[in-house]
Design a protein around this ligand. Structure first.
Ligand SMILES: Cc1cc2nc3c(=O)[nH]c(=O)nc-3n(C[C@H](O)[C@H](O)[C@H](O)COP(=O)(O)OP(=O)(O)OC[C@H]3O[C@@H](n4cnc5c(N)ncnc54)[C@H](O)[C@@H]3O)c2cc1C
Length: 410
């Protein structure tokens, strides 16, 4: 068995690192563990800054936006192994590709998979960031149970008339279009009466009200539709065939997220080890035992990710990666909570001018609370601490020790 990277893979990585050195703006290197962007207006509502727009376009134009895609879609026909190298290189350096994840990671791939030729032609602009998209799935009465959605679209021949409300819609206030899930047959079983429409957000009858996170910033919104006219050609796929698209969209969303999640856990472990040394706690066995446990959990998750990837690269499914969404988000909360514990009364100081770790752990913790909700909740079978602790220990042991990760070359 050869676990080394090929010469072509190593050349690919060298070219990437050279590109990053030449082009990556400092703002794209997100050193804090948080979702979304720090760029907000005076009211705390997100904006898309010029550097982010330029950076996403530069990645696309150089074939580094989605490397596995062909050049006209912002890629360079990279192999799965090269894609993983790419994702790890970015994640280890905390580099974000875009401040609005939905367009390139969910809408673009979904248009390519489910759209007709005219709709597929919208994908390059979604991936390059020229068009900003939001995704209208969740509603006040439809979150985990997405199929319960009730925003309705009445068929009026050459157009639909959409009425209802979406909630938690990320980027809605900066987006021009919504990839929107609507009910087109109220009498069919709930999974069978859903369709997907592309809705222009400047259409008459659309209202967007920003919602704030726990952190005070607004990156998502409520979106109201009051008899909004949507041309029939904006229907994606078959009428009432939207459930298949929801499953595809969620798979696109989860695809490479574990790489970023694992990197953020490993970064947090490193920061915790540095803080323990700074505080002179190396001799405290309660602290060091906790650090060792967190370290082994983070490393085990990385090994599990690679294990799943190995199956995936050989054409099999990788159920590990769905499980990892739960395990990583729970482990992040445990790590950041530990960071806050170690900080003690220093936690109260959030001004970076007077405190070394100012705001880092509490901000990360607050953001991590969203990670067990967004993209599907962890659910009450994975109570806090369980996914990262007792229950999956058997999984972690199995994958940590049976899959030798080829990291010595990485
Ligand atoms: C940062 C962030 C960004 C988001 N962005 C978007 C977006 O762009 N577009 C979009 O459409 N949505 C978005 N969402 C919404 C997200 O998808 C939903 O919040 C999520 O699906 C959960 O739905 P809910 O909030 O209605 O919670 P609920 O589904 O009401 O769940 C509440 C609690 O009940 C539990 N629960 C629910 N059903 C069951 C059950 N049957 N058995 C046991 N326990 C159950 C859940 O696990 C959870 O603990 C975002 C959310 C976050 C946090």
């Amino acid at each position: 068995m050869n676990l080394a990277f090929s010469a072509a893979d190593l050349a690919f990585r060298d070219e990437l690192l050279h590109f990053l050195q030449q082009h990556c703006p400092p703002e794209a290197q997100v050193t804090r563990d948080r979702i979304g962007t720090d760029d907000v207006d005076d009211n705390g509502v997100m904006v898309i800054p010029a550097w982010a727009k330029a950076w996403q376009a530069t990645l696309f134009d150089h074939g580094w936006m989605i490397p596995s895609y062909p050049p006209h879609l912002g890629g360079r026909n990279a192999t799965p192994t090269q894609t993983l190298l790419y994702l790890e290189a970015l994640a280890q350096r905390g580099i974000c590709r875009s401040v609005h994840f939905g367009g390139y990671a969910i809408v673009g791939p979904s248009l390519l998979e489910f759209g007709n030729a005219q709709q597929q032609a919208l994908a390059p602009a979604a991936i390059r960031g020229d068009t900003v998209w939001c995704i209208g799935m969740s509603e006040p009465g439809a979150g985990s149970d997405l199929a319960a959605l009730s925003t309705r679209a009445e068929d009026a021949g050459d157009h639909f008339v959409v009425t209802g409300q979406k909630v938690w819609t990320s980027y809605a206030m900066v987006a021009s279009r919504c990839f929107c899930y609507v009910r087109t047959d109220k009498d069919a079983p709930k999974h069978r009466g859903i369709s997907v429409l592309l809705i222009d957000l400047d259409s008459p009858g659309v209202e967007i009200r920003p919602l704030r996170h726990l952190t005070g910033q607004a990156e998502f919104a409520e979106v109201f539709f009051d008899a909004v006219k949507v041309p029939r050609e904006n229907l994606i796929g078959e009428l009432n065939g939207g459930w298949r698209i929801t499953m595809g969209s969620l798979a696109h969303e989860r695809g490479g997220l574990w790489v970023e999640g694992v990197a953020s856990c490993l970064r947090a472990v490193d920061d915790i080890i540095a803080m323990v040394a700074r505080l002179g706690l190396q001799g405290d066995s309660a602290v060091t035992t906790r650090v060792a446990r967190l370290y082994s959990q983070a490393r085990s998750l990385r090994a599990m990710g690679w294990k799943g990837f190995a199956s995936f690269a050989q054409g099999s499914s990788a159920p590990e990666h769905s499980y990892m969404k739960v395990a990583i988000s729970e482990l992040q909360q445990t790590l950041y909570e530990f960071g806050m514990d170690l900080q003690g009364s220093g936690l109260a100081v959030t001004d970076p001018a007077i405190a070394q770790e100012a705001g880092r752990w509490q901000s990360a913790f607050q953001n991590a609370l969203a990670a067990t909700i967004g993209g599907g909740t962890s659910g009450n079978t994975t109570q806090r601490g369980c996914a990262a602790g007792a229950r999956p220990a058997a999984w972690l042991r199995r994958y940590a020790w049976t899959f030798p990760s080829p990291t010595s070359n990485a």
